[in-house]
Design a protein around this ligand. Structure first.
Ligand code: FE
Ligand code: CA
Length: 522
């Protein structure tokens, strides 16, 4: 989608690098004279994540001026963290000191443990004798297997900073989610389309450039408010690194060694800006992001990493037009059983989770459209999109077959990436509409990013009878409430993300009854 702007981005980058080397030389003697912390350090807000039955992780990053490295000392800075049982932070139940280091952009990730289960808490950070952060709200999960009546969660993805204000977070907070699940494209590395505000700087390649991009997004007040409102669970898609990348294959065929370095920089900046546990600290060029979170006896969320371990894109070559729509008849890669979407190790981990799942609902939160979507090439051949699960149909079949084999309780697949709402029946055999519906898929539209052409995708719907709902012309998110008896999904929209005072509404509501896979419009 962003390919056309790449040449310009590279030129801008070259110009910026030249400017930087001059500025760097001039500024060098100044840093020693600067104050240790040159201003209020909590400009990027606070966040919490991954509630477990005795704690959660809390995050902040010290950044007096997030775009000026010199605004903060190179030395480690001690940061006090506090967890209280009240929003005024009067009854502090745990307190500690951690250290923010330059090596991780002075980010702080505290794994709070030892708290009683199923309770709300408030948290903040302080510099000794100095500033305090805003207060965030979070909670400790119920014990795995213990009774939980309901959980409300919002599903969001695809927040292009340039293409809209992050206003959908306003109605989302009015919906009072317990949890926000972000399934990728948290930042965008590239620019295209209509722009109502601009990225600072060119397309990122280096660690500092990715840090600046994350910091820019985190300066958005609606995003900060949503992070402090409740804990998040996060996974990424492609734009956190590079449009449409898979494994070490980049959009523009960068050399694998060079792209490994770029990807490592992007992964590190992602870790530095997200409420993630230390298991996710990047090691070499890799980062462990996939995880599962279980809430009482009600619901387990499995978050997949769709990008890091993926086999190369099928039939991405001149013989097949070089695009993402490949002919089903001629693309042999589609039927190669050795090709993987999430990698052998993650797949084995997922299947092991299926075998040991105990919750009533099993949600798989991941970045892309999962269900089959048959399309046609311009000359009328049956075709499929090669850049999501549709390019890896045997990997998808393995997952569906494993759900059936393990009798996975109420599987629901949550996704994003395609900038449109989809509600789908996940079929045992997509080519046989009469086959068993194994799971329900709900794909949330983009928070702000422009949607794909409506007519083009709507024209494909007759060939995809398992699609129960599709809409690409609206921006928003999905608000879900899950109970022992049903999962209710409200497809929430705003009128216009280019309007800072936009109105919001509900596009459609769907219900999945426990024991009856497939969503029914309410
Ligand atoms: Fe996106
Ligand atoms: Ca994407």
């Amino acid at each position: 989608m962003s390919g056309i702007l790449n040449r310009r981005a590279l030129l801008q980058r070259a110009a910026a690098m030249a400017a930087l080397s001059i500025a760097g030389a001039c500024n060098a003697p100044v840093s020693a004279k600067r104050a240790k912390i040159g201003g209020y350090p909590f400009t990027l807000g606070v966040a919490s994540g991954d509630p477990v039955s005795d704690g959660f992780v809390i995050w902040t990053r010290l950044a007096p001026d997030p775009f000026d490295r010199e605004s903060l000392t190179d030395e480690a800075v001690s940061v006090i963290w506090e967890v209280a049982s009240d929003d005024q932070m009067k009854n502090v139940v745990q307190r500690g000191v951690t250290v923010a280091r330059r090596a991780l952009a002075h980010s702080v990730h505290v794994e709070v443990r030892g708290l009683p289960s199923q309770r709300a808490y408030w948290y903040r950070f302080r510099i000794a004798g100095g500033d305090a952060s805003p207060v965030g709200r979070t909670w400790v999960a119920p014990r795995v297997g213990s009774p939980l009546e309901r959980l409300r969660f919002a599903l969001t993805s695809c927040q292009h900073y340039e293409q809209g204000y992050f206003t959908p977070y306003v109605p989302m907070m009015s919906d009072r989610p317990d949890l926000i699940i972000h399934v990728g494209d948290y930042i965008y590395e590239s620019s295209w389309g209509e722009q109502i505000r601009r990225h600072e700087g060119p397309e990122p390649y280096t660690l500092d450039e990715y840090r600046d991009r994350h910091a820019l997004y985190k300066t958005d007040p609606h995003l900060q408010a949503a992070h402090s409102f409740c804990p998040w669970l996060v996974t990424w898609d492609d734009h956190e690194v590079d449009n449409d990348y898979q494994g070490l294959d980049s959009e523009d065929w960068e050399d694998h060694d060079a792209f490994a370095k770029r990807r490592a920089a992007a992964y590190q900046a992602y870790f530095e800006h997200m409420p993630l546990r230390h298991i996710a600290v990047p090691r070499a060029a890799e980062m462990r992001l996939y995880q599962r979170s279980t809430f009482g006896d009600l619901i387990e969320f499995t978050l997949l990493d769709n990008r890091q371990y993926r086999s190369p894109e099928p039939c991405r070559d001149a013989d097949h037009g070089g695009g993402h729509l490949v002919s089903i008849a001629t693309c042999r890669d589609l039927v190669d059983p050795t090709r993987t979407f999430i990698g052998k190790e993650q797949e084995a981990w997922l299947f092991n989770n299926f075998s040991h799942a105990t919750a009533k609902w099993n949600a798989i939160a991941q970045s892309q459209l999962f269900s089959q979507l048959k399309q046609k090439t311009q000359d009328g051949q049956e075709a499929t999109w090669s850049e999501d699960w549709n390019g890896y149909p045997l990997a998808r079949e393995r997952i569906i077959a494993k759900m059936v084999q393990t009798k996975l309780s109420n599987p629901v697949i949550l996704g994003g990436d395609i900038h449109s709402f989809w509600v789908n029946d996940v079929k045992a055999d997509f080519d046989n509409p009469g086959s068993q519906t194994v799971a329900t898929e709900i794909v949330g539209t983009s928070l702000t990013s422009a949607g794909p052409p409506y007519e083009l995708l709507a024209a494909a719907l007759p060939d995809n009878p398992h699609v129960k709902f599709f809409e690409s012309r609206k921006r928003g998110y999905v608000m879900c409430e899950v109970t022992q008896s049903a999962l209710n999904a409200d497809l929430r929209i705003v009128d216009d993300v280019r309007d800072p005072n936009t109105k919001d509404g509900s596009l459609a509501k769907f219900t999945v009854e426990a024991g009856k896979p497939g969503a029914v419009q309410a």
